[in-house]
Design a binder for this molecule. Structure first.
Ligand code: BJW
Length: 230
């Protein structure tokens, strides 16, 4: 049995990390304009504002703890492995809460907040502090060239080939805590359906493409994910 799990911001909501969109209109993108914070054009026009946004979120992340949903997915991965199965965990989240809960192979398709990338030499390096105009790339020595290692709108998500390959080999596709509004991840349920793979959505409320899922479970991830796993 192979299970492909796609997680989104909802899985980390109860760890105190904000989501981007929800039906109540309380997400990050209801308060901030994504085009001014999460595009390469925004970074080129106003790097200080973009860095400040990610510096604040990085500080928040360092203080956050994984919740019961992250723990349940790590447990499921171990149980599957022990019985000769495989759980592939792909996250749109840039936090490291799956890893801290014990998941061993997490594919971060939208990058990682606790890493920087040098726009000059491309080196990706761990980063736990603030980035700014005086930050130095330890690989090439250039000053002011580091950006958060995250995927902004209009940029190509990471590890696309591996993700689609793993998806098409799965027996079950499960989407957890994602609004299903950002592509290409939002298209995975259709890819899975077309390939005859069973699909399940776990979310606080029906996502944009809830109607595409065979099975739907609604509730806070910290309760709904352990209930699904056990
Ligand atoms: C709970 C809960 C609880 C709450 N328990 N649940 C038209 C059609 C198709 C595509 C496009 C199009 N127009 C533009 C595009 C492309 C664009 C896109 O999809 N735009 C859409 C808005 C339409 N996509 C891209 O640009 C992507 N790249 C790309 O397509 O490249 C192709 C390319 C080809 C050739 C050349 C170049 C490129 C890149 C997308 C990058 C997204 N980046 C962000 C920011 C990352 C860094 C950061 O974190 O700041 O990624 S945006 C943001 O959205 C973030 C997330 O990963 C992503 C998805 O959000 P997610 O995870 O679904 O969270 P939410 O908040 O939306 O949903 C949370 C859900 O949880 C809600 O339903 C809640 O109810 C629920 N919830 N509490 C359980 N306790």
């Amino acid at each position: 049995m192979r299970i492909f799990v796609l997680t989104g911001a909802g899985v980390s909501a109860e760890s105190g990390l904000g989501t981007f969109r929800d039906k109540a209109g309380t997400g990050i993108w209801a308060r901030f304009d994504p085009m001014k914070l999460a595009t390469p054009e925004a970074f080129a026009a106003d790097p200080d504002t973009v860095q400040a946004f990610y510096n604040a979120r990085r500080r928040n992340l360092v203080e956050a703890e994984p919740n019961a949903a992250h723990a349940a997915l790590a447990r499921l991965e171990r149980e599957f492995a022990a019985h000769g199965g495989r759980l592939v965990l792909v996250t749109q989240n840039i936090d490291d809460l799956h890893e801290r809960a014990g998941s061993s192979d997490v594919i971060h398709m939208h990058g990682e907040l606790l890493k920087s990338r040098c726009t000059r030499c491309g080196t990706v390096a761990p980063e736990r502090g603030d980035l700014g105009p005086h930050s130095v790339c330890l690989a090439c020595g250039e000053i002011g060239t580091l950006r958060p290692h995250v995927v902004w709108f209009g940029e190509m998500p990471l590890e696309m080939e591996r993700i689609e390959d793993e998806l098409l080999r799965a027996d079950l596709f499960v989407a957890i805590g994602t609004s299903g509004s950002v592509y290409p991840a939002a298209g995975y349920v259709s890819l899975a359906r077309d390939a005859g793979i069973a699909t399940c959505e776990i979310n606080l409320e029906p996502s944009d493409n809830a109607f595409l899922f065979d099975e739907r479970r609604y509730g806070p991830a910290s309760e709904a994910v352990p209930a699904f796993v056990d």
